[in-house]
Design a protein around this ligand. Sequence first.
Ligand SMILES: [Zn+2]
Ligand SMILES: [Zn+2]
Length: 338
Amino acid sequence: MCTIPQQKLLKKNFCDKKPEKMIQAEIKSLLKEDISILVKIPNSGKHYLCDCGEASLLTVKEAQSVSAIFISHTHIDHFSNFDGIFRHQIGSGEKVVICGPENIHRQVEARLKSYTWNLIDEGAIAYEIREIVAKDKINIYTIHPPLWNAEQAGSQDFLFKDESVEVDFAVLDHKTASVAYLFKEKDSVTFHENASEFKKGKWISELKIAFENNNSDKEIEIEGTVYKASDLFYHLTRTEGYKLGVIMDHAVSEDNYKKIKAVFKGADKVYIETFYKDEDQEFATANYHSFASASGKIMNECGVKEAVPVHFSRRYTESDVQEIETAFYKAFQTVKNN
Ligand SMILES: [Zn+2]
Ligand SMILES: [Zn+2]
């Protein structure tokens, strides 16, 4: 939070302090439950949900404020609680986006069609399903009650963008496609008040727009004098937006790691599937999953600032999970002084 003295607020001043990180994530499933992670944008009240495990910690209010659901893959432990989510969303009249791997529209359709909807109005809710076919090919489908027929409404070359975030992704191999998502906050542009010899005014917002659009030649007028925008750019700094990743089920393989590095390198925080202990790594290989030190190592190689192991085999006890975390963080070498 930027604290501005009251009298300055009255003068409609500017806040030049870097905003607190905007994107936050909360694990909504208990230890023995299937995974579900809620991504929050505090200032907008917007929530995004990554996978639909049981999620006992997800409140009805949170489910109702989910504007987009990101499904990694549709193994039952990641998709079983989809019904529980739409149970709370139906009746809102809102449009909710669902992103997922190839064929996600058919799977959502099948789930929705398995209930009786004779008492529900057509406008009770609308889902827009975005099927990831390739990095630059996303098919869009719309689906609404009471018939729930998924109808293709076009395609686009990006997955998800709204006023708060942009979502990048990598399609990983888990013997089926498993999509890993990266939520990127928009870059922010900071004005250096102390370094400026000019009085503040609307020229600052004009300059910021010119800076964001790389419009060096834009003419900016300050106190009756016209300047070239690029001559004033020294007043501004671009701060890269916060990046938060969620990497679900994936095999330990060079091919997967190449894709993970391409998207998650330098991310601020990443949650990564770490299903098995190191001593059980033959199960990881057999089931196209990851294990503790492998997940920690790839996060280290990506140079992410913070990494969190998630989604452990349900047969593990708390002390097994501690063992996973110890091996994970040893490989990740977490101690970072910043
Ligand atoms: Zn899986
Ligand atoms: Zn899983």
